[in-house]
Design a protein around this ligand. Sequence first.
Ligand code: GUN
Ligand code: ZN
Length: 441
Amino acid sequence: TGGPCHGLRGAFLDFVADPFFTDEAASIRYLPDGLLVMDATGHICDFGPYDTLAALYGDIPVEVYRDRLIMPGFIDTHIHFPQIGMMAAYGEQLLEWLNKYTFPTERKFQDPDFAREMADRFLDELLRNGTTTALVFAAVFPQSADAFFAAAQARHLRMIAGKVMMDRNAPDYLCDTPESAYADSKALIEKWHQTDRLLYAVTPRFAITSTPEQLQKAGQLLREYPGVYLHTHLSENVNEVGFVRELFPDCDCYLDTYDQAGLVGEKSVFAHGVQLTDEEFRRLSAARAAIAFCPTSNLFLGSGLFKLEQAKSADHPVKLGLGTDVGAGTSFSLLQTANEAYKVAQLRNQQLSPFKALFLATLGGAQALGLADKIGSFDPGKEADFIVLNPQATPLLTLRNPQPTAKTLADLADLVFSLVIMGDDRAIAATYIMGQKSWPT
Ligand code: GUN
Ligand code: ZN
């Protein structure tokens, strides 16, 4: 690894525990003047107060950020790369939105050159917004997943993705079969899973567009490749839940359609969960599965208000991350996603504190993805993916934050709340991947 080779000095914020279950002050690690030390491979080798560490690392080059806040990179636990060009599709809720806008758009990803160009634009947009890891839907075409992985590999990113499996209730041009979905996914797993920083997610779109036979094939892949993820949608919209009930008369709930195929486990991530019953929350908790809460999407499609307190209940907690769900989501920014999450909580007479929201966007997302040993905080040994936030990125933010470096925890809470509510891609001054500045280029 070569030992310590470069450092970064500035104000740092990350999390050492879950603020939903631990006293907030004890879950936060805030160093108003800290030093992050990295090695030549892009891993963190030390982290602490500048005054304590500076003498130990006197001869490494140190980049200094004044009036900025450095945080771990944001983690988007649910997003669709083929939908980058179709955000803001007007006037429909989920099932109509899929048929009218989404399916025709995803058809274009049959062309590998187009898919590669869109993958590059998509990754540019993630980095500009401070997102360093995402769990990503490709399209049904295996070449679309291939294009995404190749683009992510070229940038040394930690990304999880998969080819969509869908064999019914969609246009013929988007349908695979249980057998072809199995074979194509298997080939992609062999090629990409654990190649560099890339990981594979078996990705049935949702129970409406997969036959029970196809869901069984997905389960077979998970048994054959225990490290791969399961990524799908669950209980987003009332009409969707009703249709699933008709399609699966032998299942006792929506989650059961996946459970009967062996798809509900520690490596499973379910987007939305807006319409889940208490019993389904308990089953997700027992299985140690994760939910991706996608507030901008849930509001845009009129799907409903996610029950945050159910996911974060003390007796049956469910692993939880934030997802943008672009293109139903309306922003690539995890700050804007946290803003909408705050408002969803408000509409249910609850408060989502800025620290809780930022936990979900960083270490919480890493835990939801089972990657907290690699990303999500500044612990030594982790990969050095981090972002530099500018609390004075706009005239309004400058007015709001005349003092850009917080001295107390109360000041810090106020500062980061303004970033959650008023911040977006403009507040991301720089994004680092494996210790190297990757944005701006
Ligand atoms: N459910 C099935 N497919 C989709 C999709 O592409 N977006 C969203 N938001 N929900 C889905
Ligand atoms: Zn989605």
